[in-house]
Write a protein that binds this ligand. Structure first.
Ligand code: NDP
Length: 328
């Protein structure tokens, strides 16, 4: 019997239990590529799975972890051969398919992309789903025709993972970035990533008016709820907000006024099922455009054993930037 180390979530009478234990390779799920995982990362969704705070996990036992970087060990998929360095983001890993907090995964080759040459496995996981989603948001704004000349761009949840990368990417693309945060003590950190202004998130938290003073042309929102409603009400004529998160709530107590009176657009961004061509484009842009020094400054590396406490910290909004989980 061949086993490997993994974080495993089991179901029991009192709910779920989670811990690091050995897992039998024979219990891996179907797939045409087996990958030896070297690094994973911590996303908000991983925190929800670990704490059981939201019903992210759809089968038990489950190995959480939505992102991985590693090396192909065996493959019957013609696109990959043993030794290839690969990256995987999403596709139900850690939700419906055994995930990345494990020394080994078996997955569909269609879910994998080659590790971009400019990035190490650790750097790719410092980016992770959070950073790749930030790039998908920037690309959505650009597809809408928005450019820095149109006015400032706001990022909410700016000290978090998606937010930190979004600030760095928007600043690199020439935007005047307004970083909204509940942690004003992190102002220097946000400015070092490229933020031009810091906005206290309490200014966006209360019930807003249908239309308020126009303040930004674009935005990347990770918070949802009243924050997103306020963002829309303060968006300049013809601007857009790319919405990818729900750290503040899943509801959207907004009116249609910004859409019908200011031609504002709300652009939904999903990373999990994004088509391969879009993934490849996002990753190649990240490899070119994300400053490696800034990426290192926003990243903490932890061993697999510490992922449970880190999972609790992320759902409580206590994580700064990105967390890489070292597996190998
Ligand atoms: P983090 O926990 O790293 O960041 C979230 C940030 O949101 C926090 O750091 C905090 O920022 C802010 N925040 C937390 N709670 C609240 C609150 N109650 N009200 C207002 N702001 C709050 O998570 P990630 O950056 O990894 O993910 C952010 C969101 O994006 C999550 O909801 C996640 O599920 C979603 N997501 C969606 C993806 C997709 O495919 N659509 C992919 C990846 C993530 P600060 O301290 O600066 O105020």
């Amino acid at each position: 019997m061949s086993t490997f180390r993994a974080v495993v979530i089991d179901k029991n009478e009192s709910g779920q239990s989670v811990g690091v234990r050995s897992f039998d390779e024979a219990d891996l799920m179907d797939g045409d590529v087996t990958v030896r995982v070297s690094h994973s990362t911590l996303n908000y969704k991983d925190g929800l799975a670990i704490t059981g705070k939201a019903p992210v996990v759809r089968r038990f036992p489950m190995i959480p972890g939505v992102d991985l970087a590693g090396v192909v060990e065996a493959s019957s998929n013609p696109a990959f051969k043993p030794g290839d360095a690969v990256v995987l983001n999403g596709w139900g890993l850690g939700e419906t398919h055994l995930g990345a907090y494990a020394e080994k995964v078996r997955v569909k080759g269609d879910w994998l992309i080659p590790l971009p040459q400019a990035l190490s496995a650790e750097q790719a996981m410092a980016v992770g789903t959070a950073g790749y989603t930030a790039m998908l948001c920037l690309m959505a704004l650009e597809r809408h025709g928005l450019r820095p000349e149109r006015g400032p761009a706001i990022v909410t949840g700016a000290v978090g993972g998606v937010g930190s990368v979004a600030v760095a990417l928007l600043a690199r693309a020439g935007w005047h970035v307004i970083a909204s945060t509940g942690r004003p003590e992190e102002a220097d950190y946000l400015k070092s990533l490229g933020a031009a202004e810091i906005l206290d998130r309490s200014e966006l938290a209360g019930p807003g008016r249908p239309l308020a003073k126009e303040r930004w042309a674009a935005g990347i929102d990770t918070v949802g709820s009243t924050t997103l409603a306020n963002l829309l009400s303060m968006t300049k004529y013809g601007g857009a907000i790319a919405a990818c998160g729900l750290a503040g709530g899943m509801d959207l107590p907004a009116t249609v006024a910004p859409f019908i009176l200011r031609n504002v657009a709300l652009l939904g961004v999903d990373s999990v099922m994004a088509p391969k061509a879009l993934r490849m484009e996002a990753w190649s842009r990240i490899a070119r455009e994300l400053d490696h020094g800034k990426l290192a400054a926003m990243t903490t590396v932890i061993p697999l054993d510490r992922v449970l406490e880190a999972g609790r910290a992320i759902v409580e909004g206590r994580i700064k930037g990105r967390v890489v989980v070292e597996i190998a």
